[in-house]
Design a protein around this ligand. Structure first.
Ligand code: ATP
Length: 286
């Protein structure tokens, strides 16, 4: 097999050289591997070129959700199986797929493990694999990306100041094929899966391969309800969150609101068009 190993050198504030050594040690005799290190600049274009020049059998990704998203976007229609080496600060997708977190366990899966097809969400001109949102969380990510702190601690430290500066609540107009309605909230998420990378189960009915995604409307900050999301079985109050399962929707806001996809800040936007892409990606899981 021929592998393309995409490595994000900065994700999760972690050196990846030990992962590369472990991967090389596990390769079968005739296998080949090429390395693509992300630079944070023009990676999508460079990766597309790499994929068009050489025929690979599987793509390995050592990084967080942003790097997996990059791989998915670069492959476009000709999707190759992806082996995930969770090495981001939160690893939301790996967490949702129940991938092990120890390299000795996840490397054999990433290289030769059985794959499973998962949905993605087409969001404006990008792809979202996990959770994307307008409002509070995107504000947190914007602050985090502009600060020099990385990793979980950096995220936590940035969160505190952002929470006090949020400009919400916001007015959201939600248009689906069936209806149009208006809702007010501090955050509106498009969720392909159950939980945030932090482990918070915000979308208990979310399934990553069911051909739908959920719009989650967070109405207010409520510490008790947030704590309840740490326990998978908890019933969340409808005063805190409302769910709208859809295949396609357009969300508009009165003024631009910060938006993020899979942990990557996108900009302040006033319109997002989202559509489920059923079974779009093949990911190694066991
Ligand atoms: N060499 C680099 N220098 C600076 N930034 C980089 C580099 N390579 C990639 N990036 C940036 O890293 C981000 C993607 O990070 P990724 O989401 O994979 O990890 P993370 O943020 O640590 O983890 P998680 O998404 O799990 O929280 C992108 O914004 C990308 O532009």
């Amino acid at each position: 097999m021929k592998f393309l190993f995409i490595i994000n050198p900065i994700s999760g504030n972690e050196d990846k050289s030990h992962l590369l050594k472990l991967v090389k040690a596990k390769l079968r005799e005739k296998d080949e591997i090429e390395i693509f290190k992300t630079s944070g600049k023009n990676d999508l274009k460079k990766l597309k070129t790499k994929l068009s020049e050489t025929k690979f059998d599987r793509v390995l990704v050592a990084g967080g959700d942003g790097t997996i998203k990059l791989a998915a976007e670069a492959m476009g229609e000709d999707s190759l199986p992806i082996g995930i080496l969770p090495a981001g600060s939160a690893n939301g997708l790996a967490n949702d797929l129940n991938l092990p977190l120890e390299p000795k366990k996840f490397i054999p899966i990433a290289l030769y493990g059985k794959t499973r097809k998962i949905d993605a969400i087409h969001i404006n001109d990008q792809i979202g694999l996990h959770i994307s949102d307008f409002g509070l969380n995107a504000e947190l990510i914007k602050e985090y990306e502009s600060s020099s702190l990385r990793g979980k601690l950096g995220y936590a430290l940035n969160s505190i100041s952002t929470l006090f500066q949020s400009k919400g609540p916001y007015d959201f107009k939600i248009e689906t094929k069936e209806e149009t309605f208006h809702k007010k909230g501090i955050m509106l998420a498009l969720a392909n899966s159950k939980k945030f990378g932090t482990g918070s189960v915000v979308n208990p009915k979310g399934k990553i391969d069911d051909g739908i995604f959920e719009i989650l409307l967070f109405k207010k900050l409520d510490l008790i309800e947030i704590l309840k999301t740490l326990n998978e079985g908890s019933e969340l109050s409808s005063d805190f969150i409302e769910y709208f399962p859809v295949k396609e929707a357009t969300i508009t806001t009165k003024q631009p609101v910060d938006f993020q996809i899979d942990g990557e800040y996108c900009n302040s936007l006033q319109e997002v068009k989202a559509k489920i892409l059923p079974k779009k990606l093949e990911v190694a899981v066991e």
